[in-house]
Write a protein that binds this ligand. Sequence first.
Ligand code: THG
Length: 367
Amino acid sequence: MPLISPSRRLRRTPFSEGVEAAGVKAYTVYNHMLLPTVFESVEEDYRHLKEAVQVWDVAVERQVELRGPDAARLMQMLTPRDLRGMLPGRCFYVPIVDETGGMLNDPVAVKLAEDRWWISIADSDLLYWVKGIANGYRLDVLVDEPDISPLAVQGPKADELMGRVFGDAVRDVRFFRFGWFEFQGRSLVVARSGYSKQGGFEIYVDGSDIGMPLWNALMEAGRDLDVRAGCPNGIERVEGGLLSYGNDMNDDNTPHECGLGRFCDTQTAIGCMGRDALLRVAKEGPNQQVRAIDISGAKVPGCDRVWPLMAGDKRVGQVTSAAWSPDFNTNVAIGMVKMTHWDQGTALRVETTDGPRDAVVRETFWA
Ligand code: THG
């Protein structure tokens, strides 16, 4: 692979210095920013994530901040998930849809106060859509991207490491909730969340200047826990069925097609932009949906384009993410499959970059 040319458009993060000192081997681009993808190797990073603890530079999870009297109203205009029962201190995984019900992003919404929210975005320029709505509807709300950079601490030893740096009270934070914790005199949001199924936290680092001090504090406090720099892992996240916006779905897909119907309350999400469109699709049901797919044979190559899913000579879907899983001894994959072929156990062929393979539709993800 050729190298990627550094430039101002490809933003570094407050932790890039630490990531590079730790020997990052590959980056991807996400929200116009560097996101590490490999340290030792994807397989070795995976094994270590599942048995120890890692510190992840996920500053690419940029925040769209909503501030002002109309913040809650604007937030509900963006998503079909009913936010009325959401209290400050909670995080919600929320599909964001356009006026046709197409997915624009699948962020985590963080409710700091009735009049202050963060939308912790996946890889799309959501800020412009949100600003457009705020201005078009003349809402009394400020919309911007603050200098907040998430740093994730993931893995089975995450509680031990976080307790050492932030105090034992951090262990009491429940899943998808957050508390405020001090670091070097600054109060930071610390949530129990993260883009892995191994458990852990996300620290919303407020101010780039404390990025490296916090990175170093975590690395020093976790020396005996074998803490390492890590990153969202392409094997582990497919095993767990964590979707990747732009890979597994885009604005052509409804939340129902993405298997995110459980995060939609379209009847009661009054004000949501795509509500009428989604009420129609929710009634009919989707005619294609995300599925876990087993792919037979040796390790597949990286999935950098859609791989057609075939039943005979008929195309019935596509695989959008795939990786060899050492723990499940198979190639794990995420695909979008037409209704006629989405039942558990359906045998298909997948046209990978390296040629055709046998594939089987699964009932559930692996982990
Ligand atoms: N954390 C934060 N911001 C993010 C991500 C994150 N922004 C980008 C990206 N990840 C957004 N996508 C997801 C996808 C899945 C989850 C979170 C963000 C996730 N899902 C859990 C699951 O499916 O098991 C739990 C969902 C729930 O029960 O509410 O965690 O990771 N800050």
